[in-house]
Structure formats: C-alpha cells, structure tokens
Write a protein that binds this ligand. Sequence first.
Ligand SMILES: [Zn+2]
Length: 371
Amino acid sequence: MKYKEQRHRGLHPAAFTYEEWQKIRSVTDSMHHAAKRSERGRNIYEFAGYIACIHCGLPLRCQGHAVTKHLYYRDTAKSRRLPCSNGGELTIRADLATQQFGELLRSLRLPDNWRELIRQQMVTEAQAAGTTPESIEREKERLKLKKTRILKQHREGYIDDEELYGEMAAVELALKHLDAPEVNGVKYEEVVEAGEHLPGMTALWDVATVQERNEMIMILLQPGGLYYDLENKIVAAIKPQPAFLPILRMLSGVVEYDEAKGLLVTERWQDRNRRATASLSPVLTSSFLYQKLQRLLEQISNTAPHSLLPTTKRHPGPKKPRHGIPPEEWPTVLRRVVENQEPLRNVAEDYGVSYETVRRTVLSAQKKAVL
Ligand SMILES: [Zn+2]
C-alpha cells in the first residue's frame, strides 16, 4: 500500500493500513502459543492508551477490581494531583466501553453514493487548502487537448500503437489524479479503502478477541482519541485517524465543529452537556479540548441553533508568528504536548523547530486558549 511509508506530515504516528493490520494478525496468529501464555496478563484492555477522560484529557489507567475481578479504566488526575473537573478518580467498566464503542460503530450507515459524497467533500477541502477549481479545470483542459494531439499523431503515423497506448494511459492517469483529491496527506483511494473495510470491522467487533479489537482501535483512532465522560458513562468524542475521518464523519449522531476539526463529538454527550452548562461551576480544568468544547457549547446555546459562528475575530498582533510554529497549528501542538503528553522533542522534530520553541508555543497557546 502506498501510504505505508508515508508519514502524515508527522502530526501523529503513521496509521496502520488494513493490510498491515492483516499482517499483524497473521503474525500474532503464528505466535499463538507464545501469546496464549501471557494473554491473561497482557493486552486485556483494548482501549489502553486510546481512552481518555473528556474533562482532563488524561489517558485512563487500566486496572482490575480486587474483589469482583471486573476490568476498569480509571481517571488518574487525582492520584497525579492534576486538576479534573470530574473529580479525577472515576472509573468505567471496560466491557461497557467496549459495548458502547461497538454501538457507535454500528450506527454507521453509509449511503449508496458514499464514495461520491466523500470525493466531493475532499475536493471542497482541497480547494479550501488552495487548489482552485479553475486551476484543476485548466489542467484537465490541457490534458484533453493532449489526448487529441496524441490521437492525431497516431493517425498521421508519427507514433505507433504501442506509443499511443502508453501516452494515452499516462494522460488518463493524470486526469484520474485530478479527480482524486488529497487532503491532509490522505488520498481519496485510501479513504475509500477505509470505507470499504469498516463494515467488516464493525461486524467483527463483537466476536473479535481483545487483541483484535485493540488492533482495530489503533487503525481507527488516534492515540488518546476516545474521549469518555466518566460521570455520564457515555462516549463524548472520538478523534479518528486521518484516513478514517471522512468515513466516521458519516456516523449518525456525531457532530464536528470548524473550531475542532477532526474531532467527532457525540450528540448525546453534547445534549447532556449543554443542559449541564448552566450548572457547571467555572472550575479550571486542565483540558484544553474540554474548555474549547465548553466554549463552543456556550456559543451554540447563546446563538440560534446551527449558526455556529466561526471565531474569525483575530487578535491584532504581530502578523508574522514570532515562534517557528504557525498559530493555526498551536491547538495541535497543545493537544500533543498537554493531553497526549508527547515528548517536546518529538513535536519539535516534526515542526523542524527547537525544543525551546515548542515549550514557548505551548505557553503562548495556553494563554491564548484561556482568552
Ligand atoms: Zn479527568
């Protein structure tokens, strides 16, 4: 597969492709006996490293109950003396999380024309990122003229059949590429492939082994990308891997805000929270994401429904970023460092800046987030 070697702009570890996952499976199958021995001890939590508290953003710790032997995920904020507006020590039964994630997957109903819908969506996004429809049309026109020229050359005997087929195939391929947009380093075909595999994965979910479910999670979600509300015991949001984002957007009952692109918030959690917004004390939570969502929910309840205003008001400030990381990337940097607790060094490397720059960016971004 093509995007195996490709890193998606270094924003996160490279995603597994379905084929890689198959390979992982065959390898784990071949080590079946070796794995079986320690199976009980290891990998019994499919969401390990992937489930996080929506309030503080910290990854939940896996643990078994001493008496009931049930498996749990527990918030670690309190034990780590970090702030969490939810108390920081709530737990969730592991089997409940598994069941709920399965339900979320099953709520996916792909319309018959999903491929076309996704293509249009990606074309729009590619345009927003700078590829204008005019420039594409111009290029298409140029390629069509080239086809005519090749045919003429063939007719007049300047090129033979073999050359004709070769040249025509090259032009057709170029034309196809123009219709197959690429967004955020993910190609249209990769998204289609993801879409084709998802129903199978969904069907497999309930009957899969814990390890298989864990592998599916790694393919579907970004690390820490299952945000859970431990108080209401519901999935609050998911952050899919880029190839799966366009598909998972089609889950029923999820919303995505312009201000938090890539994060799919469940409507159920949103409704619960909107009602609770009024009663929420202005507790300082450490979760940038939660604060952001909270502000969004407030905005929604203050304005007419569905008129989510983009926060276009820019702060008058220096036009050029003083730091080496463009401001639009700050939320990502913040999330990686504060929530995902990635080493600054990794982030610095991805952006080609110094360790110190990342540290300063995080401080600035946090200040900005509070405003
Ligand atoms: Zn928490």
